[in-house]
Unconditional design. Structure first.
Length: 255
């Protein structure tokens, strides 16, 4: 019986592992199939057509056959084509893209499609590749917000979570892992005004939310405060104190 084939699926390589002397296993994020593990046989050989194509943060078209039996969760890559459109991010932008990849690996289950999130990720990678250094922090915060919402870990940002009371424009609120959005107590760090939270919620409700959310984050003039709150939320849900990519950034800053 012929194996089922998935053809020309838009995707990105999130991570790769050595599988043998000549082959690698890829963790990929695809638009219609979600996170998929693929084995690229012979990809490490100098003559392999896969070798120059299977790079992170590059838009690809992937074709694979579905495996059966013991390795049913790892499928056989048959084709990979670079779509083009932008260059590979470099420097701090490359580290930022690696951070996005780590978040996807930690928070997405395999074979759970998130086409809207895929489009958000593609938009974020395009901005990272454009080398607009001033946009790095807003891009990361916008992606974190939209990822958390997509996987059901972000409460509504237009009401107080426990009481369902509306937000006051000038009152201060905190986003906390176990309590959602609540009014801040005097002296608590990182609180944002109700006006900022409402703007973020409105941007995320857009039909194509990445750019509106990016602009709302950049306009908030409190990106650092938002970063602190989202970091606490992500650490809580990923179960780690510091993500690997963030630790790498910290270590590099000390050199």
């Amino acid at each position: 019986m012929a194996q089922k084939r998935i053809s020309d699926e838009p995707g990105y390589v999130l991570h790769r592992y050595d599988w043998s002397e000549s082959s690698v296993i890829l963790e990929t994020f695809t638009r219609n199939q979600g996170r998929v593990a693929l084995v690229a046989k012979g990809a490490k050989r100098p003559s392999s057509n896969f070798r120059p194509v299977l790079l992170p943060l590059q838009p690809l078209r992937l074709t694979w056959t579905l495996s059966t039996g013991e390795d049913a969760d790892i499928h056989n890559l048959k084709g990979a084509e670079w779509v083009g459109g932008h260059v590979m991010p470099t420097g701090e932008a490359l580290l930022s893209g690696t951070y996005l990849n780590e978040l996807l690996l930690r928070l997405l289950a395999r074979h759970d499609a998130h086409p809207r999130l895929f489009d958000v990720y593609a938009g974020a990678v395009r901005v990272l590749a454009s080398e607009h250094g001033e946009a790095l922090q807003p891009v990361l915060r916008a992606f974190e917000l939209l990822l958390l919402r997509e996987v059901g870990l972000l409460p509504a940002l237009d009401t107080q979570t426990a009481t369902q009371r509306p937000l006051g424009d000038d009152a201060l609120y905190l986003l906390v892992p176990e309590g959602g959005l609540r009014e801040a107590v005097a002296g608590e760090r990182g609180a944002l005004t109700g006006r900022h939270w409402l703007a973020l919620q409105g941007a995320m409700d857009d039909g194509a939310p990445f750019l509106p959310t990016l602009h709302a984050v950049a306009a908030a003039a409190a990106v650092g405060d938002l970063k602190l709150q989202l970091r606490n939320l992500l650490h809580y849900h990923t179960g780690v104190a510091t993500l690997r990519t963030r630790q790498m950034m910290i270590d590099l800053s000390k050199l």
